[in-house]
Ligand binder design. Structure first.
Ligand code: FPP
Length: 241
């Protein structure tokens, strides 16, 4: 689908818990099936020609969940990075984990660093996984790093974005989000990529994340291709009016 070429798509993967509970399973089983859905979507996104895919895997607020669930998620994320990095190298998918690292267990930080190092030269698609991520925290931390000399009034958007990238561990020049998808029926942003989504098109679906596959991704992209993006301006055809 050519419309997907060079897009930045971000996904809030919601609904794992409900998916499991409806089947009489523990919530952590929903996350295991959610991780399988991640495999499918990463492959479909790369085949579709998406340039950057950012997945919300663990928010800063998710630390407030029961410790058993947090532990299961941390193990799942580490396992994903350890196992899938080789696949990503083969498919030339660059991995970058965004968010705080100072509260993650050392073995997960090592897995992150290894995945990022081994895939650094990959160029087909950029896969970003948000772990212990909070946009509000990133923006506040970046603001704290604005150099005292030079002055806030001289700060450009590009300079602030490069401070944000330092805080987030992002690769510079990732670019703004074009399409934000949220599964699971809720219609909110949950502190995800607030700066990057300034002009993102939003797509909400009731589909629970473990049931979100290639067909659902294509439906979201088809919907996006029908949107008129004006970035606050008027379309050329309407300029005379
Ligand atoms: C939200 O659903 C989902 C999460 C907090 C975790 C997302 C994690 C994965 C999809 C799996 C691991 C990720 C990777 C990249 C391997 P929820 O638990 O809040 O669902 P609910 O709203 O139904 O309770």
């Amino acid at each position: 689908m050519s419309a997907a070429l060079s897009l930045h798509v971000a996904i809030i993967m919601d609904g794992n818990g409900r998916w499991a509970q409806r089947r009489g399973m523990p919530r952590s089983a929903g996350h295991v099936h959610g991780a399988k859905a991640v495999n499918g979507i990463v492959e479909a996104a790369a085949q579709t020609g998406i340039r950057t895919l950012t997945l919300y895997a663990f928010s800063a607020d998710n630390w407030g969940r029961p410790s058993l669930e947090v532990d299961a998620l941390m193990r799942l994320l580490q396992r994903y990075l350890t196992i899938e990095t080789r696949q990503c190298v083969e498919q030339s998918i660059r991995i970058n984990v965004i968010g705080r690292r100072d509260r993650l267990r050392p073995s997960l930080v090592r897995a992150i660093e290894q995945s990022e190092r081994l895939t650094a030269a990959c160029s087909r698609m950029h896969l970003r996984i948000a772990i212990d991520y909070s946009s509000q925290h990133s923006i506040l931390e970046a603001a704290r790093r604005v150099p005292r000399h030079g002055g806030l009034s001289a700060l450009s958007i590009e300079e602030f974005e490069s401070l944000l990238a330092q805080v987030d561990h992002s690769v510079a020049d990732t670019g703004a989000v074009d399409l934000l998808i949220r599964t699971g029926g809720e219609q909110r942003l949950s502190d995800f990529l607030l700066w990057d989504c300034a002009y993102a098109e939003l797509y909400f679906t009731d589909r629970l994340w473990p049931d979100f596959g290639e067909a659902e991704l294509k439906a979201a992209l088809a919907d996006y291709s029908r949107r008129q993006r004006r970035f606050g301006k008027v379309l050329a055809a309407a300029e005379t009016g």
